[in-house]
Ligand binder design. Structure first.
Ligand SMILES: *[C@@H]1O[C@H](CO)[C@@H](O)[C@H](O)[C@H]1NC(C)=O
Ligand SMILES: *[C@@H]1O[C@H](CO)[C@@H](O)[C@H](O)[C@H]1NC(C)=O
Ligand SMILES: *[C@@H]1O[C@H](CO)[C@@H](O)[C@H](O)[C@H]1NC(C)=O
Ligand SMILES: *[C@@H]1O[C@H](CO)[C@@H](O)[C@H](O)[C@H]1NC(C)=O
Ligand SMILES: *[C@@H]1O[C@H](CO)[C@@H](O)[C@H](O)[C@H]1NC(C)=O
Ligand SMILES: *[C@@H]1O[C@H](CO)[C@@H](O)[C@H](O)[C@H]1NC(C)=O
Length: 376
């Protein structure tokens, strides 16, 4: 029996910004109907928007909300109706969210948090063409480059300089290249040279192992030796960075380097997949990731989608489709209510469904977006 938390009705709370209809019905439960499934998943995410009046989702979900912005902007790019229904979300979050924690300009003490938001504003810029969002990304980038100069090279994870992490560097490279690809060519060169330097560092410092898998970070106290587990998001963000570098340079080398990584991580039985090729982090198998690790698979799918669109490979396309269908067939709690369809997706995409929250909705949305993008 589902617990109270799992009941769709319990999650059908009104959002303060009641942007657009959240009461539509999906015709049938079909794992290959990526568009309806993405919309239904996004609607359930939207029901948890602004519940604490912060311009964020859920409670205290700071950097995860940057990820949700990316996912919603991507859905909008694939389904332009979503912008007319929910486009005020971008404006509202831009205007309101920084008040939470007084994070003026989306800046806080962690360069990875900043990187999520910077890349999110680029995604929002892509669907709105509103210069404010490109400028916001540039402001964030200017703060992040203040984190350069660790004893291992690259940027710090945090302003307290405690750790050198793959994630903050991957996001920084993606952001720098992404800005270079979007500003005029007369302004691109400084962003681009930072992106290229970051990329070359990423592949030379030892973060990428001889198995083409990315470690969590390098240990500044131990000759910059690679440390930490193999998390999904570290494998994925660098793929998106490659796609942005390619966009900015037309140089296929980045795509080819990324292909080796994508092949390694997306293979069935890799350190981030099960034997059927379903993506997971270690904690997913027991459904006990926290609201940090529950997010990780989303950015993986985002990065692989970007790489696949720039450099199509059947094995990645199949991987994306297999994961999107597994979510629907094995990890969904679906309810038809008087006020519409409710699609609750869980944490372990291989199933069985256990429970949902904003983060599992947001991560799954990235997978469904990816399936929609690579099949349309
Ligand atoms: C651009 O975005 C900003 C920030 O959300 C907003 O205040 C402004 O109205 C937008 N401009 C247009 C033309 O939509
Ligand atoms: C940074 O270090 C200072 C001094 O140790 C500490 O007070 C502060 O909480 C740290 N900040 C963060 C975000 O961890
Ligand atoms: C790959 O790297 C690991 C350490 O990360 C090392 O133990 C192993 O010998 C290396 N294998 C090859 C073929 O270089
Ligand atoms: C493409 O990038 C690679 C790797 O950085 C570099 O060695 C190569 O010279 C570049 N090719 C061109 C045409 O710029
Ligand atoms: C990635 O895998 C595909 C399919 O097996 C293969 O064709 C391609 O050469 C691989 N690329 C790299 C860089 O390993
Ligand atoms: C369901 O999730 C809870 C945490 O949300 C976890 O403690 C529990 O072990 C999970 N149950 C199963 C069967 O995975």
């Amino acid at each position: 029996m589902p617990t109270f938390k799992q009941l769709g009705l319990a999650l059908l709370g009104p959002s303060i910004v009641s942007a657009g209809p959240l009461n539509r019905n999906i015709a049938k439960r079909d794992g290959s109907d990526y568009k309806d499934n993405a919309v239904c998943t996004a609607d359930q995410l939207m029901r948890n928007y602004q519940v604490h009046d912060t311009g964020l989702w859920g409670k205290d979900l700071w950097w995860q909300s940057g990820n949700f912005m990316s996912a919603l902007a991507t859905l909008t790019s694939l389904n332009s109706d979503y912008l007319s229904e929910h486009g005020d979300v971008f404006v509202n979050t831009y205007d309101t969210a920084t008040g939470y924690g007084n994070y003026v300009n989306f800046l806080d003490a962690f360069y990875d948090d900043e990187g999520w938001w910077g890349n999110a504003w680029l995604d929002v810029y892509d669907v709105t063409q509103n210069q404010t969002y490109l400028d916001a990304a540039i402001t964030i980038y200017n703060d992040i480059i203040g984190g350069l100069g660790t004893p291992c090279g690259g940027i710090w994870w945090d302003k307290n300089q405690s750790y050198v992490a793959a994630i903050s560097n991957g996001l920084y490279i993606e952001l720098a290249a992404g800005i270079a690809a979007r500003v005029g060519s007369d302004q691109a060169s400084d962003y681009l040279s930072h992106a290229v330097d970051g990329w070359n560092w990423f592949f030379s410092v030892g973060l990428v192992g001889n198995d083409s898998m990315v470690s969590d970070g390098v240990d500044k106290g131990n000759n910059c030796a690679p440390v930490g587990a193999k998390f999904t998001y570290n494998q994925g963000v660098i793929l998106g960075a490659a796609a942005e570098l390619y966009k900015a340079t037309n140089n296929q080398t980045y795509l080819e380097q990324a292909a080796a990584l994508a092949n390694a991580s997306s293979a069935a039985g890799s350190s981030v997949t099960d034997s059927n090729g379903i993506l997971h982090d270690g904690c997913d198998e027991s459904d006990n990731c926290d609201e940090t690790a529950e997010m990780f698979k989303g950015p993986y799918m985002r990065g692989l989608r970007k790489l696949q669109l720039a450099y199509p490979h059947d094995n990645w396309k199949n991987f994306i489709i297999t994961n999107a269908q597994s979510i629907w067939n094995n990890d969904l709690y679906f309810e038809q209510t008087d006020s519409g369809s409710v699609c609750n997706v869980g944490e372990d995409w291989a199933g069985p469904y256990n429970s949902t929250n904003e983060v599992t909705q947001g991560a799954a949305l990235d997978a469904l977006n990816a399936a929609l993008a690579v099949t349309q």
